[in-house]
Design a protein around this ligand. Structure first.
Ligand SMILES: [Zn+2]
Length: 128
């Protein structure tokens, strides 16, 4: 079971997918599952930092695709890019540096969409 502690978010994400497929869960549960997996992928999942510096993308490990590595400058660089719109193209490059990080980023985005969808469910005549 070593390493599971780092990857627990994938289990939550799997439950979220099953929840959507079976629609056995209420929108409240979907929202909580979405929020938890989103937080995991953005702030906790093992990923690469990927902040672009003078020597190309940073290869340090980071916690979560939005957090950057232990270098404080890289953390700021990534957070700033989320806010500054003309940097989004660069941010995209930093969020998709390798398959693992790409998967975590894509899943994080899916979790966001799933959270929005669960909030909007009443408008489709479902839930709440
Ligand atoms: Zn870094």
């Amino acid at each position: 079971m070593k390493g599971f502690g780092k990857y627990w978010g994938w289990a939550v994400f799997a439950v979220l997918i099953v929840a959507w497929l079976t629609s056995d869960f209420g929108p409240g549960a979907l929202l909580v599952l979405s929020a938890v997996s989103m937080a995991y992928f953005f702030f906790n999942a093992p990923a690469w930092c990927g902040a672009v510096g003078r020597d190309g993308p940073c290869r340090n490990n980071s916690k979560g695709v939005l957090m950057g590595c232990h270098l404080r400058q890289h953390k700021w660089q990534k957070l700033k890019m989320v806010v500054i719109r003309h940097r989004w193209r660069q941010l995209a490059r930093e969020l998709f540096p390798n398959p693992t990080t790409t998967l975590a980023t894509a899943s994080g985005i899916l979790a966001v969409l799933s959270g929005i969808a669960s909030v909007l469910q009443p408008f489709w005549g479902k839930g709440w």
